[in-house]
Ligand binder design. Sequence first.
Ligand SMILES: Nc1nc2c(ncn2[C@@H]2O[C@H](COP(=O)(O)OP(=O)(O)OP(=O)(O)O)[C@@H](O)[C@H]2O)c(=O)[nH]1
Ligand SMILES: [Mg+2]
Length: 422
Amino acid sequence: MSNQLGLQAFKRTRRLFAAGLYLFLHRPAPGHYCDHSYCPTYLYSGNLRLWYTLFSNEEKQQKQQEEEDEEERGMSKQVEVTMEVSERVPGLTAGVIRGADLFGYVGIEAVLDQMRRKTMKAGFEFNIMVVGQSGLGKSTLVNTLFKSKVSRKSCTPNYEEKISKTVKLQSVSHVIEEKGVKMKLTVIDTPGFGDQINNENCWEPIVKYVNEQYEKYLKEELHVNRKRRIPDTRVHCCIYFLPATGHWLRPIDIEFMKRLGKIVSIVPVIAKADTLTIEERLEFKQRIRQDLAANGIRVYPQKEYDEDAEDRIVNDRIRESIPFAVVGTDKEHQVNGNKVLGRKTKWGIIEVENAAHCEFANLRDLLIRSHLQDLKDVTHNIHYETYRVRRLNESNMNFSELELSIRPLENGNAGKLPLFPF
Ligand SMILES: Nc1nc2c(ncn2[C@@H]2O[C@H](COP(=O)(O)OP(=O)(O)OP(=O)(O)O)[C@@H](O)[C@H]2O)c(=O)[nH]1
Ligand SMILES: [Mg+2]
């Protein structure tokens, strides 16, 4: 065993020495680094590999085997090829190759793996806000969504601790990890409105908060030396809680949602849906949908942002069942030997994740399992973009207002701003 290891080490040293000697003999002339054939990386990756192969029969055989496997994979993937040449713009020809008539396996599909690995390493951010009248179960529902006590400052080991009334707008961040994927989740819990005698302009602190996050992002983007990854505190989704009155939308909710819907993706929900009968729930949902349409309130997912027919089919189904009638809890109960999240009442347990009891599962699937990335995209491409364009078009806007630091550039051109900073 030790003899074998020694032999392997000797072979490896011999290979390295030979490769080093080759590199030394073929070293580039000074200043010839741009030429590909003299590029040290090229020499290292190409020629070194060649020398290794020459010196190692085992590796040669392995390489041959790999090539054969790759060829086989390519053959099996070959399907009927259609070549489509489109000439939408006169003079501009674009070819679309469908299938895999690529003389073998190229490996484009591996890009997905690369993206997956990168995302897993970097993790991602998701910011969710809950808005609605006081006592509707906002703080409880975010805990239900992420199956942890995320709406508090810290995850306390005291499971029995009661959720207290939210008295100020507070954002709490947690890093949630599931199967190696990290998500920095920020929950923006807002105090319930509607308690005051005069509820005029009660949406202002929330609208202000949303816009402040866009402003923060814009400033970061406009910096000359901007960060590689700009911290994203923008609100990706706002769950709007409607009281289960069984009537119509209240004027305060209409006014609130009208304003909020223009700057952020709103997902309306009927809170404490356990207080409604099945018929009441169906009728109430229908009335709310009519009210939303009549008042021109934009809620997520918006029709105009459907990307294709497939998207439209999925989103139409969601639009038909909005607002979701939800029940929240952070307590677990034993049902048929299984632990389930639920609310224990005198007549039984309302299982939060049971589709027959409420629509919490539909909401969770929309927010986390199917549309999380889309919510982020809509925030960036639609809401933030609208804010950015408006801000940059404001006639009185100047760079000092954005508090841009004009730091010296590395090449000594201190303080010169580019003509188009984005
Ligand atoms: N029946 C019922 N009660 C609920 C539900 N969700 C929460 N509750 C209860 O409602 C009360 C208020 O819940 P919170 O989560 O603090 O409500 P909130 O909207 O955050 O309240 P504020 O912070 O005052 O705005 C608590 O006693 C919860 O247990 C629900 O789905 N159904
Ligand atoms: Mg609260």
